[in-house]
Write a protein that binds this ligand. Structure first.
Ligand code: PHE
Length: 454
């Protein structure tokens, strides 16, 4: 039994890695990375992406680890604790707000994944190529069905997060992440065994230097940032449950390796199957909800049971990836409400989940059920995506890097990095160099690139 003033933490090192990797591994790994790699130079892109993870992703993740673990508190309070200033504290609040706003629309798409698990289960996912398009269009713009699945996925998240860090998030991650990985590997093997699969493998991995330009580099930077769940409070909040013995730099490296591996494997799952049936893969929601069900049906349809099982496994995998990310997003605001409003975890989770569900309902409605929910020609869904992803995210990431690099008490940063001198901290100076100069510059580039200014 935990005393009131005793704060929860992860029980094991494996739990830390799997839960944080669970936050990082999400829809972005499946619907964005593979396509970017295929389109932008294959193996060369993968190398560039890894470089971005090294230069930007890992240092930014360590920043958040340091802030979170130093305070052992929710993200807003963590920024206040380390900085002891109101100004910097605002970044913490912004981070929590970003995480909260994203929860609503991330949950909508997570609900879609669940609906497709159901659709695969009851055998709705087969027909002519056009069928998938109209199926998705009518489902996503329906006023009731997506809401039903949104509520179900939020309920699942609630049931996990309300149980706390060890019994909820850690336990679920230890079950979900290995399952996700096994499903992924099975589909990769099946996909690579299809006739003509090598063309897809080649598309993904063949190095092509001529495709590389500054555009590709900037997109890779942006993707590394998003894929590692940086600047949304998730990493910082989870780090507040780490132990004093957790090696922050090593953990960041391990999590990044898992995240990148899943992204590459996702490519090896998608492209061989798509090329074997001569379908051109795309990215985003249309890839996973329109193109791929058709590809899997065509590729494996000859053996009816296999087609059925593969599609079920694929949406199961996607749901797990989305759910583990959703858990981390809900945890950001839950920790905030619990600690700032001094209420029980159960009540905090309930407040967060229900208010995020309401946001999700409006986002979902804005996709067709009610056209009135569009502003400046963008649906509410797109506006949330834009404001959080393109504005809040880089701003929080930039200010956090600048703060840690230039303003944070050097001793605190060093102590956290080296676990109070018990680790050698070989790369401390390199890390500091990246955080001071490279990360802020990279983030400014990402920001300007998004708005087409460079
Ligand atoms: N990293 C997740 C992905 O790749 C997205 C995400 C960002 C999830 C931030 C949670 C928090 O899809």
């Amino acid at each position: 039994m935990m005393l009131d003033n005793e704060r929860a933490n992860f029980a094991t090192k494996l739990g830390i890695i799997l839960a944080t990797a669970g936050s990082a591994v999400g829809l972005g790994n499946v619907w964005r990375f593979p396509y970017m790699a295929g389109q932008n130079g294959g193996a060369v892109f993968i190398v560039i992406y890894m470089l971005c993870v090294l230069l930007l992703g890992i240092p930014c993740m360590i920043n958040e680890f340091i802030i979170g673990r130093h305070a052992f508190a929710n993200t807003a309070r963590a920024y206040r604790t380390i900085s002891k200033s109101r100004g910097w504290m605002l970044i913490g609040y912004m981070s929590v707000l970003t995480g909260f706003l994203i929860t609503g629309y991330y949950a909508v798409v997570s609900g879609w994944c669940l609906q497709y698990v159901w659709a695969s289960l009851v055998g709705h996912l087969h027909g002519e190529p056009d069928y998938y398009k109209s199926y998705f269009a009518s489902f996503s713009s329906d006023p009731v069905k997506p809401i039903f699945w949104l509520v179900i996925i939020m309920l699942m998240t609630y049931l996990i997060v309300k149980n706390g860090i060890r019994d909820g998030i850690e336990r679920a991650s230890k079950l979900f992440m290995p399952t996700l990985f096994i499903l992924l590997v099975i589909i990769v093997v099946a996909s690579c065994m299809l006739p003509g699969a090598h063309a897809g493998i080649e598309f993904l991995l063949k190095p092509n230097w001529s495709m590389i330009n500054s555009d590709v580099f900037l997109s890779a930077l942006g993707q590394s940032f998003y894929s590692l769940s940086i600047a949304m409070g998730c990493i910082c909040t989870y780090a507040s449950y780490f132990s004093k013995h957790t090696n922050l730099a090593n953990s960041a490296i391990q999590i990044s390796v898992i995240d990148s591996m899943v992204a590459i494997l996702a490519g090896l799952m998608i492209f061989p199957a798509a090329f074997s049936v001569g379908v051109n893969p795309d990215s985003g929601p249309s890839l996973i909800f329109i193109t791929l069900p058709n590809v899997f049906q065509q590729a494996f349809g000859e053996w009816p049971v296999v087609g059925y099982v593969i599609s079920l496994m694929f949406y199961g995998l996607l749901t797990l990836a989305a759910l583990t990310s959703l858990m981390s997003l809900v945890e950001v605001s839950t920790a905030f409400c619990q600690e700032e409003m001094k209420i029980t975890r159960k009540a905090a989770t309930l407040i967060v989940v229900s208010s995020a569900t309401i946001i999700g309902v409006f986002c979902s409605f804005s996709l067709g059920a009610y056209d009135g929910l569009a502003f400046f020609g963008l649906s509410l869904f797109e506006i949330f995506d834009f404001v959080t992803g393109q504005i809040f995210l880089p701003v929080v990431g930039f200010l956090t890097s600048v703060y840690i690099g230039w303003f944070a008490p050097h001793k605190v940063v060093r102590d956290e990095f080296t676990n109070w001198g018990t680790l050698r901290g070989t790369y401390f100076h390199l890390y500091l160099l990246l955080v001071k100069y490279i990360c802020p510059i990279c983030i400014i580039f990402i920001f300007l690139h998004q708005f087409g200014l460079i």
